[in-house]
Write a protein that binds this ligand. Sequence first.
Ligand code: DMJ
Length: 449
Amino acid sequence: MKKIFLLLLFSSTLVLPQNQKIDKSKLAYEVKQEFLHAWNGYKEYAWGHDELLPLSKSDKDWYGESLLLTPIDAFGTMKIMGLDKEANEAKNLILTELSFDKDISVQVFEANIRLLGGLLSAYQLDGDKRLLELATDLANRLLPAFNSPTGMPYRFVNLETGETKDPVSNPAEIGTLILEWGTLSKITGKSIYYEKAKKALEEVFQRRSKINLVGTFIDVNSGKWTNTDSHISGAIDSYYEYLYKGWLMFHDPDLKKMWDVSITAINKYLADSTSTGFWYGHADMTTGKRTATIFGSLDAFFPAVLVLSSDTARAEKLQESCYKMWTLEGIEPEELDYSNMKITYPNYSLRPENIESTYYLYHFTRNTKNLEMGKDYFESLVKYCRNDAGYSTLKSVITKEQADQMHSFFLAETLKYCYLLFAPQNTIDFNKTIFNTEAHPLKVWKAGE
Ligand code: DMJ
């Protein structure tokens, strides 16, 4: 009897401690293979273009002419994964083909987070001055966007003529610039880039309501809000992200003050503890009254920012809700109503935020629950979104029908965060590196540097 007991005690069927159930290096290897699958699809069917259309096996350029979104977005992930051959292919393409001397009107926000962020990060990772020259040229072509009466940028600017359009913008598009523009100021020694980006952030912040919330849409000509719905969802999300990350990167106390005021109001008026979990919903910026119980895949960036800012308790509670959102149908929808857990937008856009937050939480807490979540996330991506040519968005997480699109951020962010979750912890040192909102790693500057 004693012998049987001992045998059972040491048998391999015993439940192992959580951290032994996940084979991290095997998973990191598998993520890398999936990255290669997607990159090879891009190479075969969309080489030299902005994005791969994986179902029609063709390509798409956002503005009619390519700005090489996918190779620029993918470069840093290749460097982090140690894919040097692929990184060189991407770099050669960028250096031989990329020109911003084009008569096209581009969205400042997207050009900034994907292209300017990608090129500056590539320069810091690789050291080739030509990458910095491209970044500087792009920033100079985007500068006219700030020539509004308030200093908040117009949404679009023509890269050749400097002509601007679309004055009705939002906090995210106005306030998601300081990491990239500040980095450029530090590298070039020209303060104008930092100043423009900081003023844009301050102009939004100054227009906050008496209860310290901001709205969804604002006219950069008049400075008046055109929509007063307040939340952490798309159109506001990365405005908050950049207040905190900007503070970490540049040690500018003004940014920290703006974050402190904002996060207090967010936790007072937007946080929502319900029978379905802990969430952040919508409220009117003036009254603080709840306007909607909506949460979605974009909102799932928030646990990452919370844990980065040392609020681990709220980050963990919110991440549990994010996991519920993901597992409702086996892969997360764009949006749900958390009061009844009904899906309101059923598509899945290959978004990274839920995975990003799992990575940040694991990085800071080492709680293996996050590895298990991340494993589920990665496996469902492979199960539902993979196809012959690469990876596809889903029209519906209920039917799992794929759509003909592979966003460049899938290679910049989604697979990078999957990989980093399983890679050795010291792959990224958060005291030295901050990810921009497109997951491009940028250097943290020392005070006085
Ligand atoms: C990315 O372009 C960025 O993460 C942005 O901040 C939000 N949308 C996508 C990913 O979902």
